[in-house]
Design a protein around this ligand. Structure first.
Ligand code: HEM
Length: 469
């Protein structure tokens, strides 16, 4: 009887490994799965993942421990994580392989109906290329960036002035408010006020729904997310209808998406316009907030870097008669842009991204079975000492050298590379211009622990005391 317990435990321990290996061998005629451990039945490796990310707070050691056990192999390990059999992709070469094999590894957003089935993240192939060209023109190309640069600055300037009047502020919370106000302005010309506050509330609900189990019953986050989406869409739709009636140009994202024509002269439909505004909000709101917050945090911790950044920005400021900078001026500032790049590398705002294998894929003699997830562990690319020297040090000067191919993928890769990557860089750089030339600040809890889930941030949200220079 006593011998049964260890036997059961042994079976539980190896069940996933044996089962999935067996299924793959039978299905694909003897090919093997990549090395790795698939964890316990149903939950897979969730506890090990949580151990490193939540309890030990040493996220890199999750992959390091696998490297020690299984070697580097093909840059992929099999696992069972987030409810699905998966391969973790952690080397630059393997990551590039997945990005390039777009037909074999498809982007599949969870609960995509919340973001919008006709949005950029909900469409594929030719449809995706078409929508993407609209979105790119509206937010990520020089003309759009020039317009957005002038729209975002007044709110940044007034927020900074108001923060300096308070004893301390929580950077994350305050930057989030400014980011949303700016998004409201350049997405749909919404001024701060009750309408924008309601939108902000609906977006919180919508985002929680995207991350939740799809249970469409009252009381569940998914159900609430759907309700929030309906209300957010209603607000945006009313605005869109009013604009059509008035037929006037506002020069914002909604306007751009409504008016642009593709090569065949076709425009986006109303629902495509609305879905894409939602998807850009989902993509841009939290990510820009976190990038800006981490820049504030790192600069407080690295005073020499701050001094060099301040010198560069001061010299631009002294050459100008007006308060606002242009996107052309900002993007030419070499040191500032290195600070931005280094912030985004080290912050690892999108630690991993997901693809689903649409067929059995063979890579270096191993099989990634159809239906499995490929989890591209971007975070590890940016923190592996083989890719970046002293990777956890905030060192903007590392950007004087060219990075090895495939090692810097903060914005993803392939045709799905972040649609707002230049916009994100620009917003952080503009914020740093006004911050570094007008203010000094310090972290209230420089040793605050960092939370790595769902996105990395200091536990206190980077509380600072900020005052005028
Ligand atoms: C530092 C800030 C940002 C980071 C680190 C970031 C990161 C990423 C990453 C890694 C992807 C690829 C996802 C995948 O392939 O599965 C992505 C896609 C995307 N991002 Fe960003 N992003 C940032 C800012 C923004 C901003 C400001 C916007 C828009 C306002 C935006 C909109 C999008 C959209 C729409 C996609 C989907 C693109 C497509 O499927 O074609 N992102 N982002």
């Amino acid at each position: 009887m006593l011998g049964v317990v260890p036997l059961l435990m042994w079976l539980m321990w190896w069940w996933n490994n044996v089962w999935y290996e067996l299924v793959t061998t039978v299905r694909s005629g003897g090919t093997r799965l990549p090395p790795g451990y698939m964890g316990l039945p149903v939950i897979g490796e969730l506890f090990t993942f949580l151990l490193y990310f939540k309890f030990l707070r040493r996220p890199e050691d999750y992959i390091n421990s696998k490297r020690i056990k299984y070697g580097d192999g093909i840059g992929m390990y099999k696992t069972h994580l987030f409810g699905k059999p998966s391969v973790i992709v952690f080397s630059p070469t393997a990551t590039k392989f997945v990005f390039r094999a777009e037909e074999s590894f498809k982007l599949k957003w969870p609960n995509v109906e919340l973001v919008g089935k006709t949005s950029l993240v909900g469409v594929h192939g030719k449809k995706h290329a078409r929508v993407r060209s609209f979105v790119s023109k509206s937010i990520n190309q020089p003309e759009a960036l020039r317009r957005i640069a002038s729209i975002v600055q007044p709110r940044m300037i007034s927020a900074l002035a108001s923060w300096a009047k308070r004893p301390t502020i929580t950077s994350y919370k305050e930057i989030k408010k400014v980011t949303f106000e700016n998004i409201g302005m350049f997405f749909a010309s919404f001024e701060p006020g009750p309408r924008l506050d309601m939108l902000s509330e609906y977006f919180v609900g919508l985002l929680n729904g995207v991350r939740s189990y799809p249970m469409n019953l009252p009381g569940f986050a998914y159900y609430h997310g759907l309700q929030c989406r309906k209300k957010a869409i209603a607000i945006l739709e009313e605005e869109l209808k009013n604009r059509k009636k008035a037929n006037e140009s506002m020069g914002d994202l909604m306007d751009g998406l409504m008016r642009l024509k593709d090569e065949e002269g076709c425009q986006l439909s109303d629902i495509e316009v609305l879905d894409n505004i939602v998807s850009l909000l989902v993509g841009g709101y939290e990510s820009t907030t976190l990038a800006t917050m981490w820049a504030v945090y790192y600069l407080a911790k690295y005073p020499k870097v701050l001094q060099k950044l301040r010198d560069e920005n001061m010299s631009l400021k002294s050459s100008k008669n007006e308060q606002l900078v242009t996107s052309d001026e900002i993007l030419k500032m070499k040191y500032t842009m290195k600070v931005v790049e280094e912030t985004i590398r080290l912050a690892n705002i999108a630690p991993f991204i997901f693809r689903t294998a649409t067929k059995d894929v063979t890579y270096e003699g191993y099989t990634i079975p159809k239906g499995w997830n490929a989890i591209l562990w971007l975070r590890y690319l940016h923190t592996d000492p083989e890719n970046f020297n002293d990777p956890l040090c905030f060192n903007p000067d590392r950007w004087d050298a060219t990075m090895a191919p495939g090692t810097y993928q903060v914005f993803g890769g392939g045709s799905r590379i972040c649609a707002g990557n230049m916009l994100a860089r620009l917003q952080v750089a503009i914020f740093l211009y006004h911050l570094s030339t007008g203010y000094k600040w310090e972290l209230m809890n420089p040793d605050a622990k960092v939370k790595y889930l769902s996105n990395p941030k200091p536990e206190d949200g980077a509380e600072i005391r900020i005052e005028k220079l």
